[in-house]
Design a protein around this ligand. Structure first.
Ligand SMILES: Cc1cc2nc3c(=O)[nH]c(=O)nc-3n(C[C@H](O)[C@H](O)[C@H](O)COP(=O)(O)OP(=O)(O)OC[C@H]3O[C@@H](n4cnc5c(N)ncnc54)[C@H](O)[C@@H]3O)c2cc1C
Length: 415
């Protein structure tokens, strides 16, 4: 039986543990925090096979520059003289091409569809409840420019085999009978789904503990002991531990750790915020992305969670209330009769999306080390792609044929 040490108790780490357990591995999850505070908890919970176009795409840099001009805007890059940020920015620019989008679509689609199927299996098994709902996703737009872009994306999705329907404002309103919706129209993706992320994470931890997975909380990984082509042990703030295989799933912190193994991983933390309200007289039924505002609304846990903003700011986790105000301001532009109180700073959640520069995750073996696997870089889609990531990691560890081809996700693709 192989022993596996997983660094990082976010969704990528926990789903790796879940599928490794199915292959009979002895698993330990090492987490610097408490399994309650990471990026995988307060996110929007959208499961999005619709998202087949990577963030690195033509026009994104121009849009980003425009957004940078406002304190409340949904996008910001904290200017820093930092080599990692400059390299990341260069690679993002280099991949913002039609050719890259074209190459990435089948990869993101296959990864997403695999993940959705695994979520469906998980929901059927019923080991724990995680609020699985197959209600689709609205991409709401208010102006003609966005309509035009979204109609084009809908064609691309339909051509790739992902169903997308362009709806009028009346059709959207008919599907949301309990709230007023003030939009020009929407693209509806019936194959998308949503979950309650906090419930999923708590459920996974409890399930894995019950099945014998060892959890080392408040253990920060500091270094690795290397012998030849393999990592012999993991040095943590709470002791040194040895495993046959090591999975690095440390989210936005992954580059700090991979560097210790000589693996340069272009990755930036993309900070986002969310807040939740259960104090509602009416609620939406279908999760939505409010496109011009780049903010989201997801019904979950009897309430409604709003999320948004992408601040490329390293691993800084402070809360910028101006950006939270930007998210809050957008709500009544799309849903005029929703009464949502402005959150106190203490009630605002923030998380760091692990963003690769080409918008594709890193899943694969780490360079010259025969026993290290990387599983990170999922950016805006880490929850959506969690089960597929875990499944692929477990197949790599146990030397099984992988459920899909992995070259496009190679962690060394920029080396
Ligand atoms: C506002 C917002 C909304 C989002 N909405 C969605 C959505 O709707 N759908 C979707 O699919 N995705 C969404 N995402 C993205 C998604 O949340 C992330 O992609 C995903 O949670 C990343 O998971 P992870 O396991 O890779 O990283 P994390 O959840 O960050 O986990 C990594 C863990 O590693 C630990 N760690 C780091 N360094 C060390 C160390 N040295 N030693 C030990 N432990 C360490 C960290 O403490 C952390 O717990 C959203 C993100 C944000 C911010």
């Amino acid at each position: 039986m192989k022993s596996v040490g997983i660094v990082g108790g976010g969704i990528s780490g926990l789903f790796s543990a879940y599928y490794l357990l199915e292959y009979g591995c002895e698993v330990t999850v090492i987490e610097q925090g408490s399994f309650q505070d990471g990026c995988s908890f307060g996110n929007a919970g959208m499961i999005v096979p619709s998202h087949i176009i990577p963030l690195a795409q033509p026009g994104m840099i121009t849009k980003g520059m425009r957004w940078m001009l406002s304190y409340e805007s949904p996008f910001y890059v904290k200017p820093r003289l930092n080599w990692g940020l400059m390299k990341w920015g260069y690679l993002f620019w280099k991949h913002s091409t039609e050719a890259h989008v074209h190459r990435s679509i089948p990869v993101l689609r296959d990864l997403s569809l695999l993940s959705r199927q695994l979520f469906q299996e998980l929901a059927m098994r019923g080991d724990f409840d995680f609020g699985w709902q197959e209600k689709g996703l609205f991409m709401l737009f208010k102006n003609q420019e966005t309509r035009h872009e979204m109609q084009e994306e809908a064609h691309v999705a339909n051509r790739a085999g992902i169903e997308a329907q362009v709806l009028s404002s009346q059709e959207v309103q008919a599907m949301e009978p309990d709230v007023q919706v003030n939009v020009e129209g929407a693209v509806y993706y019936p194959g998308d789904a949503h979950i309650y992320p906090n419930q999923l994470m708590d459920g996974l931890v409890a399930y894995l503990k019950n099945k014998g997975v060892r959890f080392l909380e408040n253990h920060s990984v500091k270094d690795f002991a290397v012998q030849g082509n393999s990592v012999k042990s993991v040095v943590t703030s709470g002791g040194t531990f040895s495993y046959d295989e090591i999975v690095l799933a440390a989210g936005a912190w992954s580059p700090e750790l991979s560097e210790k193994l000589g693996v340069s991983l272009p990755l930036q933390g993309g900070k986002g915020y969310s807040f939740f309200t259960s104090d509602l007289t009416n609620n939406i039924r279908i999760p939505a992305i409010m496109l011009e505002a780049r903010a989201t609304a997801t019904p979950m846990g009897g309430g409604l969670r709003f999320a948004g903003t992408l601040e490329v700011a390293g691993t800084d986790r402070s809360v910028n209330m101006s950006r939270v105000k930007g998210i809050h301001n957008s709500i009544n532009q799309y849903y005029p009769d929703l009464k949502v109180p402005f959150p106190k700073e203490a009630d605002v959640w923030r998380g760091l999306r692990p963003c690769s520069p080409d918008g594709l995750p890193y899943i694969g073996r780490a360079g010259r080390f025969s026993n290290v696997i990387l599983a990170t870089g999922h950016g805006m889609m880490g929850v959506s792609l969690g089960p597929a990531t875990g499944k692929l990691v477990s197949e790599l560890v146990t030397n099984q044929p992988t459920s899909m081809a992995l070259p496009a996700l190679d962690p060394l693709r920029f080396s």
